[in-house]
Design a binder for this molecule. Structure first.
Ligand SMILES: Nc1ncnc2c1ncn2[C@@H]1O[C@H](COP(=O)(O)OP(=O)(O)O)[C@@H](O)[C@H]1O
Ligand SMILES: [Mg+2]
Length: 249
């Protein structure tokens, strides 16, 4: 089993859209996939299974009183399951801190899923917190969507130093450009001559495309309702590159 996270210090960059679409594509390719929505806003769960509700049991699970499998819900898609966001997540940071056995609390929660799943996808809230530290320690790769701008490069550098300073594997960070608008000069420049600090920048990029926003009204992943849209192909190329880099099989 491999665990990947979609993470950025910033909100609104395209983490959830990419996480949901990649999870759907992974499941459609035959990988048993679990999507864990760690963001209290719950957008990822909403796209995958709008009716699914959280169990509210996270604290009992952290105390070892309830098995983590209780959190899992079905989605309408074959081989794709979901752990919905939970209002209790507002306190997940605090709860994890209280029950933390070092960096590995989240990793320990995820490990039993190895029996049933080939891939776990974590959709993260935008913050550099205890939860982020746990996410970095639990994952094989952290995918970081960046809207091309000097500020986003700077926030990537901040994440990189955060991980480095804490002895976490900053080598597992993979940035990729998202919401790229080729008509904008700065987007073209950053895409064509990316700063050297963007190490392991993925080749695949996601353009700005209004149809991505329709995931909200459709309440479905993009490839499920628009399999032939050009941007669906871009998500497929992104997923295929991640699959190769992270050696997911
Ligand atoms: N490639 C894209 N093109 C156009 N809109 C996008 C794209 N990716 C995401 N969006 C829109 O931007 C907003 C934030 O995206 P989301 O994936 O929720 O970001 P995050 O999880 O980083 O907050 C949403 O309204 C989403 O529909
Ligand atoms: Mg999100």
């Amino acid at each position: 089993m491999k665990t990947i996270a979609f993470y950025n210090l910033k909100g609104g960059v395209g983490k959830t859209s990419a996480a949901v679409n990649c999870a759907w594509l992974a499941a459609a390719s035959g990988l048993r996939t679990l999507f864990w929505d760690l963001d209290p806003q719950g957008a990822g769960g909403w796209y995958l299974a709008p009716q699914a509700t959280g169990s509210g049991e996270i604290k009992k699970i952290l105390r070892g009183k309830v098995p983590v499998g209780h959190l899992v819900r079905r989605t309408p898609y074959e081989k794709l399951d979901l752990i919905p966001s939970d209002l209790a997540y507002r306190n997940l940071d605090v709860a994890i801190k209280r029950h933390a056995d070092g960096d590995q609390t989240l990793a320990r929660l995820i490990s039993p899923f190895g029996e049933d799943y080939s891939l776990v996808v974590l959709d993260c809230p935008p913050s550099l917190s205890e939860l982020a530290r746990q996410v970095f320690a639990a994952t094989d790769a952290v995918l970081v969507p960046l809207i091309p701008s000097s500020l986003s490069v700077r926030s990537f550098d901040q994440v990189r130093s955060f991980m480095k300073d804490r002895g976490l594997g900053h080598k597992q960070l993979y940035p990729f450009f998202c919401q790229v608008d080729r008509r904008r000069r700065l987007h073209r420049t950053l895409r064509d001559q990316p700063p050297v600090s963007l190490k392991r920048l993925l080749t695949a990029e996601i353009p700005y495309a209004a149809i991505v926003e329709r995931m909200g009204e459709q309440m479905q992943p993009l490839p499920a309702f628009a399999p032939h849209a050009p941007v669906t192909r871009d998500y497929a190329a992104l997923w295929s590159e991640i699959e190769k880099k992270v050696k997911i099989s």
